[in-house]
Each structure stands twice: as structure tokens, then as C-alpha cells.
Design a protein around this ligand. Sequence first.
Ligand code: CP3
Length: 351
Amino acid sequence: MSALTKAKVQTPPLIAAARGEATPHTPVWIMRQAGRYLPEYRRVRSKTEFGALTRTPDLAAEVTLQPVRRFNLDAAILFSDIMVPVEGMGVDLTYAPGPVIAHPIRTLKDVAKLRPLVPERDVPYVLETVRMVRAELPPHVALIGFAGSPFTVLSYLVSGKPSKEFATARAFVQSEPEVTAALLDHLADSTAAYLRAQAEAGAQALMLFESWGGLLGRGDFARIALPSVQRLVSKLKDLDVPLIYFANNCWTVLDLIAGLDVQVVGLDWRGSLAQARTVLGKGKTVQGNLDPASLFAPPEVLKRRIDDVLADAGPGGGHIFNLGHGIWPETDPDAVARLVDHVHSRTEGRP
Ligand code: CP3
């Protein structure tokens, strides 16, 4: 592409906001925006098992695009799961509906059996989905690729199934430092390759879900979870693609996260975006953080709660609006439409 043509192609607002640049409105998307709260998703799912859906590009692309057709969203997120690359590494897993691992990983021998991920060979369907979605999306809608953080993926691999507290995984990382280090290194390296391949296929931002790192104590987060994230992001430094680190339940370790080489930090609803900005510093964009429960409140209350989040984020950009965690399956899609439209109309033309 010539420099002139390139200059004419507008930067999607979400990408501009991730870089801290001015945007025409505050960009908005919803974690888990493709999913069971949408009847059109349930129709596709009624005919296809979840794992098969992630491995079938036309269906995964269709489901990725469903929320973008229905709402005025500023981004699509690839329809997949944080466990998809793990299947590509040779792990036998099913979804019920959360990931269940046939043989949990507990020894150095188990870790050595994991294939280092070669995305084009091991998960070609993900890259094909990214290419198909990018070809269909209008230019102002950004495509977000994603992966789970090394510790979050380790939690499932060691526990073997979803858990509220992940006691098995937390005891494991305290008791088996050598296996933990080997597994986290493997996951960091393979996940870096995986995210790079998504960017090369057309993903314009990359999100890393630290869904369960916040269960760790501060010392364990600093010694175990964070270095593996640092290792991962250091391998993506040359990419001109913003990285979003979703720091779920991580308010007590935000000062440590401030040192990460990422452009955006995603935050849950438990804390204040203004306080997060103080801790994270000027260079970082914040993403979040409406309570998913607010979508169940009457329309006027929902609007007020959105206004509160916008006020907390403050003027001057550097904010991507989102929920504080994934949307719940019982949510009314009309509430999502109201949310997206309200964020846009309140912030249009605002400095
Ligand atoms: O729209 C999107 O956000 C893209 C799709 C997406 C899914 N999973 C689809 C999915 C994304 C980004 C994920 C990430 C994911 N997966 C995370 C990190 C995000 C977070 O919530 O913190 C985690 C922890 C997982 C692991 C996982 N996969 C769980 C816990 C579950 C079951 C819980 C649930 O929501 O039902 C899954 C299965 C899953 N992944 C579903 C979907 C739509 C439900 C499967 C179904 O249709 O039956």
C-alpha cells in the first residue's frame, strides 16, 4: 500500500483510543459479546458443539459477526476460546460448558509432551476465521484477537476443570515451582507465537485474559503470574498492534501491572477507573468497567451507571468502554443496544 493510500484509510476509533489518540467518540465493545444471550448464537449452537464451532471458520466467523450486525460496536472479538491453542498443543479437552481436561498436567513429563505451538500447522482454522472476519468487517470496526494469560491457562490445565477458587492450581504453583516454571515458559512462548499469527492474519489489537491471576496473593502474582506475562509481551514488542491486558480482580497488584509493556489495561467493576489511571500512569489506556449486572437495571438506571463510568474515566480520551467482565447469558440484547448507543451519543465530539 502506498503512503498516500495508507494515510486515507482511517484508524478505527478503538485502535486510536488504545494508542491514547483523540477519537470521535468513546469506542465500546462488550466482553463475550458473541454468545448465549443472542438468539442467533443459540440457533447456531443448537446444531454444533462448542469445540466444533471454534474449529469451523465459516461458523466461527458468522458468530463473531453476529453482534456487530445487531449493535453499533467499535470492535469484533474473534470467536474462539482461551483453551483452543491448548488443543493445538495436543491436550485432549472438551467443553461442559467450561473446559474439561482429560489428563490434567502435573509433572515435567506432562509439560514435555506439549507441542510448542506452530499456529499455521496446529490451529489453521483460527487464522482462517481471522482472515474471513477481517474481510467482512467495515473499516471502522476493529478486530480483536486474544489468548489466555499463561497463569490463567495453567489454572485449567492443572485443575482439569473450571473452579471458583482454583485451589488445586494455587496449591500446585506453591508446591511444584519447577513444573510451574516449565509450564508457564511453554505457555508464554506458544501464546506469543499464537498472538503474532493472529496479528499477521488481520487482528488489529490483541487481548490477554488474566481471568484468574487475581486469585493469587501479591507475592505469588509478582513471582509467578507476572513474569510469564512479561516474557510473552516482550516477544511481541516489534508488532505495531496494541496489547490489552485484562486484569480481572487485580486491583491490589495494579502498581505491578503498571510496569507491563502493554498499551491498554482492562479493569473489572470492583474499582475506580480514575484511581487505576493514577496508579497506571498517563501512558496507558483503560478499558471497562460497567458492572454486568447494570444491564438488568431499568433503562434510566443503566444510563446513569454508564454516565458514572464515563465520568470516572474522565475527559481526554484513553478510554475504551466495556463491561467489567463477560456479559451474562440471561441479558436482554435490547439493553446492549441501549448501552452502545448511549456511550456513543454521550461522548460524540467530546474532547
Ligand atoms: O465474544 C467473545 O468474547 C469471544 C469469545 C470468547 C469465548 N471465551 C467464548 C465462549 C472468549 C473471549 C472467551 C475467553 C475465555 N474462555 C475466558 C476469558 C474471559 C473471561 O471470562 O474471563 C475464559 C476464562 C474461558 C474459559 C471458558 N470457556 C469458560 C469458563 C467457559 C464456560 C463458561 C461460560 O461462559 O459458559 C467457556 C466456554 C465458552 N467460551 C462459551 C463461549 C460462548 C460458552 C459455550 C457454549 O456456547 O456452550
